[in-house]
Design a protein around this ligand. Sequence first.
Ligand code: GTP
Ligand code: MG
Length: 542
Amino acid sequence: QQQQQQQQQQQQQKLVFGSFPSDIQILQKPEGLLNGNLFEKSNLDLSKPANSSPYAFQHQSERGKQQQHHVGNYRETLRPPPGFSGKPRGGGGSRDFGARRNHLEHNVDKLRAEYSQLSNDTEMGLRGQFDHPGPPAGSGTDIKESLIELHRFGGGQVDEVGERIIESLLIEEESEDKNDKKHHRHEKESRLDNRGQRLLSQRVRMLKRQMECRSDIHRLNAPLLAIYESLNPPKEEKTKQQQLLASLQKLVWKEWPQAKLFLYGSCANGFGVSRSDIDICLALNEDINNKSEILLKLADILQSDNLQNVQALTRARVPIVKLMDPVTGISCDICINNVLAVVNTKLLRDYAQIDARLRQLAFIVKHWAKSRGVNETYRGTLSSYAYVLMCIHFLQQRRPAILPCLQGMEKTYNVTVDNIECAYFDQIEKLHNFGSSNKETVAQLVWGFFNYWAYGHDYANSVISVRTGSIISKQEKDWTRRIGNDRHLICIEDPFETSHDLGRVVDKFSIRVLREEFERAADIMQFDPNPCVKLFEPYVHS
Ligand code: GTP
Ligand code: MG
């Protein structure tokens, strides 16, 4: 037993934040990385037969685990499941996980087995990196004045063309909704929102699209960066997260000695603001026939160890157990064998390390979305994950580009998760100067981001795709109509699960709310004398 304890202790020291590990070949990372690279260069092919090691990490490197130390007063929240919207896809409940998931679970076990063989993790020095690029763009006073006029007199209504475009997207939705009780409930919630009545006309959007950035935009840099800094979690928070992860790991081992916990989501992808809840994936080394049963068992174990607010949400799209740890004050969600989320966490993390402006922009956008109540998937607005993808895509589209398209480059990282190939260039240390010829500042980018989503994006035809680093057409994806619960009123392609539209949760009411908020934000960034206050003014649902 002593030996087993020792073994557990050793493994415990190897807890890795949010990552699939791999081993050997230490690649030097420059100082000043935002966070350590959680995922190591590995080949994880879950579709291979068992004897060829389906989770075959061809371990080449062990760039080390993240050992940031953070503390903080964590808020206690009981929210719907993380980012996965809490809305069932294709029927909902644990049935969602069908054969593909079973296969995945089977393979996760093998990953676990591989994992247990891993040796020494390498500690990395992890630091935030900040960027203060050059001067702002020019003036454009004339357009500005005419737009102020337009906005005052008549710009605030949907004109005929705009209305027709929106309506054409919604016809199918109308008829399907009639038989959909769950959706009705959701609609009601959206209707309580007074927003969404005053979308701009197509004509005004076209005009505003050509608008130049305000001439005093540089004034907004310092306050926006100050907001970003204040949202950045202090190092001590990481310590607490690690502490909780270690104690949960011990508990879990009592019931499942082979199990492994991975952090994923914002606590591991570099986009976590201070006092975020944490997302944990429990990788089990056994065949799972009934995920609900396991979640309930896990909930029991956690409850009996005095963890608080323990709740098993077995019918969510991604079933989870929620809990709050009274010792650290951290709230967390635990899901089972959700490998794709762990892999896309690595992708986001890798993008975060390329250019500091991504984190700056994404923190501001997430903060705005939370303040304005449009980061609530259960009300039909977007997940944090979706907002980060929107930011990445936006920076891929700048000219010169600020971010590359990692999936369009040589594949240095390659895992196959249940027939989905997740492959991309992950030698991020080679890309640190990628965006340096673009001198745009965070203020210009925030302005540009809202401008794009308010006036520039073609909601009727376009899908944003981080995978291709471009816009693709709805036609091409066959996302021109509602299928089941997937609506495609704003389309954000998941980089790996390409049939998955992160905008699926947005319905005919919330699309208006969302677009009105983008327009409000763009307007504030362009005209308001004090945008940094007004932009984040909390919206209180009536
Ligand atoms: P905050 O908790 O709001 O700070 O953000 P977060 O980064 O944790 O994002 P969120 O709660 O939206 O999602 C947590 C993680 O789940 C994301 O980082 C993704 O890895 C994963 N995830 C979220 N939504 C989806 C989804 O629809 N599909 C997939 N495949 N993964 C998702
Ligand atoms: Mg989260």
